[in-house]
Design a protein around this ligand. Structure first.
Ligand SMILES: Nc1ncnc2c1ncn2[C@@H]1O[C@H](COP(=O)(O)OP(=O)(O)OP(=O)(O)O)[C@@H](O)[C@H]1O
Length: 184
C-alpha cells in the first residue's frame, strides 16, 4: 500500500533549527502543498521526505518508490533530450516527453533548452519514473500558464491512479483536497 508519513519532523541546517513538529500522513491519491517564505525550509522538507536529508527529530515512513523534481534535472547537457531522458526512464521516454509537451524537441541537446523547457524535461523524468511518490520542489518555476495547467493535470492523473504528491511552491498550483503544510 502506497504511503508517505512524516511524524513530528524537525529540520536543522547550518546549526539553525528551520522547523519542528511537522507531521503529515499521505495515502494513495493524497497530496500535500508546502508553502512558506524564502529560506523557511520547503526544499529541505522535500529532501527529508525523499530520504536525502536526515531529520533532526521525528521519523519518515515511505512505502513506495520516490521520484524527485529538485533544482537540477540531472540530464546530460550534451545529449539529445530523448537520449538524456532514456538514461533514466528507458522505454517510457517518448510518452513522458509527450506528456510534458516536449515531443518536438527529442533531438535537441539538453544544453540549448530554455528555462521552462528544462523544467518540463525534469518533469518528464518524474512522469516516466513509474514511482508512486512524487516530490516536486517548485515545479511551476519558469513555466508558462499552459505548463502550469499541464502539471496540475499530470498530478491529478497521478493521484487518480493511486499516487501521492508533495508539492512545494510559491506559485499557485491547484491541488484539490491537498493537505496544507505551512512553514513559518
Ligand atoms: N547545505 C546547507 N547547509 C547549511 N544551510 C543550508 C544548506 N542548504 C540550505 N541551507 C539553509 O537552510 C535554509 C532553508 O533552505 P531551503 O532551501 O530548504 O528553503 P526554501 O524554503 O526552499 O527556500 P526558497 O523559497 O528560497 O526556495 C536556508 O536558510 C538555507 O540557507
Amino acid at each position: 500500500m502506497t504511503g508517505l508519513a512524516l511524524a513530528d519532523v524537525a529540520c536543522m541546517r547550518g546549526g539553525r533549527m528551520l522547523f519542528a513538529g511537522v507531521s503529515v500522513a499521505l495515502g494513495a491519491g493524497d497530496a500535500a502543498l508546502v508553502s512558506g517564505p524564502n529560506g523557511v525550509g520547503k526544499s529541505s522538507l522535500i529532501r527529508i521526505a525523499a530520504g536525502l536529508l536526515c531529520p533532526a527529530a521525528g521519523a519518515v515512513t515511505r512505502d513506495g518508490a520516490v521520484a524527485l523534481l529538485g533544482e537540477s534535472h540531472a540530464l546530460d547537457p550534451e545529449l539529445p533530450l530523448a537520449r538524456a531522458l532514456a538514461f533514466w526512464i528507458g522505454g517510457r521516454t517518448e510518452a513522458a516527453m509527450a506528456a510534458v509537451g516536449l515531443a518536438h524537441l527529442a533531438a535537441v541537446p539538453v544544453r540549448v533548452l530554455s528555462t521552462g523547457q528544462r523544467r518540463r524535461a525534469g518533469l518528464a523524468r518524474v512522469v516516466g519514473a513509474d514511482a508512486p511518490i512524487w516530490l516536486l520542489d517548485e515545479p511551476a518555476n519558469g513555466l508558462d500558464a499552459d505548463g502550469v495547467t499541464q502539471i496540475e493535470t499530470l498530478i491529478a492523473a497521478h493521484r487518480a491512479a493511486g499516487g501521492i504528491a508533495i508539492v512545494a511552491t510559491h506559485q499557485p498550483v491547484a491541488l484539490p483536497g491537498a493537505v496544507r503544510v505551512t512553514l513559518h
